[in-house]
Every structure is written in C-alpha cells, then in structure tokens.
Design a protein around this ligand. Structure first.
Ligand SMILES: CNc1nc2cc3c(=O)[nH]c(N)nc3c(CCc3ccccc3)c2[nH]1
Length: 373
C-alpha cells in the first residue's frame, strides 16, 4: 500500500521550504496558513469561499466539539467533513490548550486533564487516549497529541515538568493512534523559552518517528524575538523531510519570519477574529475600519486584490457596516483577511520556489510600513 500521507519539499531558499503534503482528502501546499474553524465552522465564511481563496486545510477543535455537539454525535452524523461540507483535510488540536484557557475547575495530573465545561459546568476528562479517540470520532486527518502548554513567563520547574509530561502523553497518544494509513498524528515540542528543554523535547519526539512535528508553547505572550529564538533552537533537531507546524502563529510578520526559519504550517485566529472586530489586513498593513477617517473614504481596501471584499466595496461602506454592527461587515472583513493571508502564503511559496524569499519579504514589509505612517 503506498503511504497515503506524504510530504515532499519541492524547493528550498535558506532554511525556508516549499512543498506539498499529500493526503487522501487532498493536497496541502506549504508553507500553509490553516484557517481556524473552532466549532466546525470558519466563522462568517461558507466552506466554498474558504476553499476558493486558497485554503487547503481547516482546523477544528477537540475541546469545543467534544462539549458541543459531542464527539460521538458528530460520528453518528457522519463526521466533521460531512457535517461542515468540507471534504478536504482537517487538522484538529488535542484540546489541552483550550482547556487551560477556557474551562473552569481544571485538575491536571498524569492521567490527563479533568475540567468543567464552560458551557454547562458538566465535568469531563481529557486523557491522551480520549483526545485521540475524540479526534478519530470527528474524522480528523491530522491529529495533535495531548500536551501541556505553559504560558510564558513561567518558572523553569513548571516548564520542565510540563515538557516531560507532554513527552509521556506523546507516547500514549502514539499507541492510542496506532496505524491509520492516510491519517497522521503530530507531536508537539514544548520546553517554553529554555533552549535545553526545547532540544530535549524535540529529540525525544523525533525518536517516536511521527509524521510531523509542531512547535507548541509559543504565541502565548512572549516577545517575537523569543518565539524566533525558540524556532532557531528547535529547527535543526527536526527532520527536514517532515512538516513543521508552528501553533497559534500569527501576524503576517510572524509568519514571514517563521517561514524563513523553516516552518511549513501555521494557524491563527487573528484574520478571522480581527475581521469580526473591524480590523483588516492588507498589503499596506493593518487598518482599523472603525476609525472615523474612513467615513468618507470611497476607495476599496486593495484594488489589486482578486477578493471582492478588497477590490469592490468602499472603505466608507465597510466603516458604516462595522459601526452599525451589520453581519455583512463581519463577512466581508473576514473574507478580506483570509484572502490576504492566503495571498501572502501563495507569495511566499512562489518566492521560495524562485529563490527570492529575502526580496519578497523586503517588498512585503515595505508595503506594511506605508500604512503605519
Ligand atoms: C494563539 N497561540 C497559540 N499558542 C498555542 C500553543 C499550543 C500548544 O502548545 N499546544 C496545543 N495543543 N495547541 C496550542 C495552540 C492552539 C492551536 C490551535 C487552535 C485551534 C485549533 C487548532 C489548533 C496555541 N495557540
């Protein structure tokens, strides 16, 4: 049987790579930005739109979906792909990160995390085995190990114990996942902002011979310099022939910086969440459309964009929709933002293939400076 999960690097430019992850449900072009569809929907978007603007994979969330509508219910209904009409790859997080940021009354021990639902106060246990079982019930194509992510800054002892617990949980997840051709389970490198712990975590996970490796424990409040330093610490210890996924990242600048250091996959709620709050990302930088300066600005966000939300509607109209709290405002700004992120990824892939990543990053960042002034 041909291995139904394959990653091919087509070209490199320094530490940056461009390539493809091939899975039964489709191909993921890397570097890839993965829109977050927490509760089985990319908020304010139709799945066809998400696909049309260039997303090859969307993210679902074990924590949210296990609470509502419930993992067994999703399975009875045919799985997440059928429910949300997204026939392409889906990556799901293991739930631990969300438990620590959303649930009430959490108790974490060797077994897993016990917590109370933020919806109805019901109690749940998320163990490595249960997390993998839930991700399987959802029908997830790329499943994440259960891990403990420590917010920074944190004492070294807390970072160390969380990293070692996460390694023990990675083993249990690998056993629970077993051998599922066409699906993948990724390990998650922890270790906070401590290089020695990061290297130990990476080496141990590589020893488990997983199909891909995420760098977790970042984008949790640390400065960008710390995040980039941790990527540089971990990257040399990850196999070049497997995908690297930087969890929770990030702004357009975070992404271009991380791509140039060898990251292949990204997720971030920024483009969707910011869109719902009136913030837009454009090639000229980030704009807050609530600002009165746009009230009579009849120009579009970006006439050179292929996205109607960027090249058709005026800033004045978008400003009005945002001020009025109109649903169409959330839809158009989300559409614009995801389109901008996907255009950025397409530009990065093209630049790496042409060996001109540094030039592309220079041109892109120059464009952003224009707006900030
Ligand atoms: C915003 N910053 C951010 N840093 C993160 C660190 C971790 C981490 O160390 N471990 C795990 N498991 N997840 C993390 C996430 C959540 C990413 C996600 C959200 C939604 C759907 C699918 C995936 C993070 N997000």
């Amino acid at each position: 049987m041909t291995d139904q999960f394959s990653f091919t690097v087509a070209a490199t430019d320094g530490a940056a790579r461009t390539g493809e992850i091939r899975m039964p449900r489709g191909v993921i072009r890397t570097p890839a930005f993965m829109p977050v569809g927490t509760a089985g929907t990319v908020k304010a978007m139709y799945p066809e739109q998400v696909k049309a603007l260039g997303a090859d994979v969307v993210l679902g969330n074990t924590y949210h979906l296990m609470l509502r509508p419930g993992a067994e219910r999703v399975a009875r209904l045919g799985g997440l792909h059928a429910m949300m009409q997204w026939p392409y790859p889906i990556l799901t997080d293991s739930g631990g990160f969300q438990v620590m940021s959303l649930a009430g009354l959490r108790k974490l021990d060797e077994t897993g995390v016990r917590f109370q639902s933020h919806l109805d106060g019901s109690t749940h246990l998320l163990s490595p085995e249960r997390s993998i079982e839930i991700q399987g019930l959802l029908g997830s194509d790329i499943q994440m190990q259960l891990d403990e992510c420590v917010r920074l800054p944190a004492p070294e002892s807390a970072i160390e114990s969380a990293m070692r617990l996460s390694l023990r949980w990675a083993e249990r997840c690998r056993i629970a996942f077993g051998d599922q051709p066409g699906k993948a389970m990724f390990g998650i490198v922890q270790g906070g902002d401590i290089p020695a712990l990061r290297v130990e975590s990476a080496k141990a996970l590589v020893g488990l011979d997983l199909k891909g490796y995420a760098i977790g424990g970042l984008a949790v409040g640390e400065p960008q310099a710390t995040m980039l330093a941790m990527i540089e610490t971990v990257e040399p210890h990850l196999p070049t022939h497997k995908p690297r996924y930087l969890m929770g990242v990030g702004t357009p600048d975070d992404i271009v910086q991380a791509v140039s250091r060898g990251i292949d996959m990204f997720d971030c709620v920024m483009p969707t969440r910011a869109g719902r709050h009136g913030m837009v990302y454009t090639r000229h930088g980030r704009l807050n459309l609530r600002n009165a300066r746009f009230a009579e600005d009849n120009s579009p966000l970006d006439p050179d964009s292929t996205c109607p939300a960027a090249n058709l509607y005026s800033k004045a109209y978008l400003h009005h929709l945002v001020r009025a709290g109109e649903i169409l405002g959330m839809m158009l700004l989300t559409w614009n933002n995801l389109s901008y992120y996907q255009d950025l990824m397409a530009g990065l892939r093209k630049a790496i293939a042409a060996g001109r990543l540094a030039d592309f990053i220079g041109e892109t960042r120059e464009g952003w400076e224009k707006a900030e002034r």
